[in-house]
Design a protein around this ligand. Sequence first.
Ligand SMILES: C[S@@+](CC[C@H](N)C(=O)[O-])C[C@H]1O[C@@H](n2cnc3c(N)ncnc32)[C@H](O)[C@@H]1O
Length: 268
Amino acid sequence: MSSFSADWLALREPYDLRARNPAVLDAVVAWCKDIFAIKFVDLGCGTGSTFRALAPCLRGPQNWRLFDNDLGLLARAAATAPSATVTVTATPLDLGRDLEAALDGAIDIITTSALLDLVSERWLERLAIEITARSIPLYAAISHDGRIEIVPSDPFDRTIVAAVNLHQRTDKGFGPALGGTSASCAITQLKSFGYSVVHGTSDWVLEPHDCDIQMELFSSWAAAARQTGQVPADTVNWLARRRESVAARQSSIRVGHVDFWAHQTGNL
Ligand SMILES: C[S@@+](CC[C@H](N)C(=O)[O-])C[C@H]1O[C@@H](n2cnc3c(N)ncnc32)[C@H](O)[C@@H]1O
């Protein structure tokens, strides 16, 4: 599975949903409740995971404009409008190049999930400048923060995790990626622009019975680590040991993420 395939996004969605930080989500919902016919823009929507997580928490009409550069994912996203009062449009766009085009028109709130760790500091600045100029709030969920804990431990884990985090910082189409530092960079930047921020962890907690997602993660981490050229050849043996452990239902993983809600309070 590739990291943006529909199959991978479907596999991870229930874990993302369970992981979303409840205090951050409550703050988003509380802010939205007074706005009639609220207008969302979701950046890097995939198949619409953020829309599916948030739309049912809100009452009243909603308009969602979803953006991604993958036509197959967008087609799936557009097909999931849940009710007559919720409208969804899905638009293809390269957000690396044309972010500003996604922010055209009236917007009440910008959302994104599992995107910020792919972007560069420069891109984050562009986003922050655009939204600050118009006082638009941002709900950004499930940004990886670099923490990966695996039980039982393996002597090679530290090498693999370091290589995975190095790989996370390579260019994903937005310039050199911020990887595990993306949420803290965004929070610092938005606070310096006068935003109030509510944030909290949204870790995946994968238990021994969560075999499919663990198998996928270990395979993708081994591949990412190999691509960095920074790990010795026995990555293959590490992966074999990890797969055995998952198959024996003895493996647990915690993957660290951060959610945040940033909005202007008018106290600048
Ligand atoms: C990890 S997925 C997250 C998808 C979705 N937000 C979710 O939480 O399931 C990252 C998404 O960013 C999209 N993406 C990556 N680079 C992009 C770009 N340059 N322009 C627009 N979308 C992009 C991918 O197609 C993918 O849908």
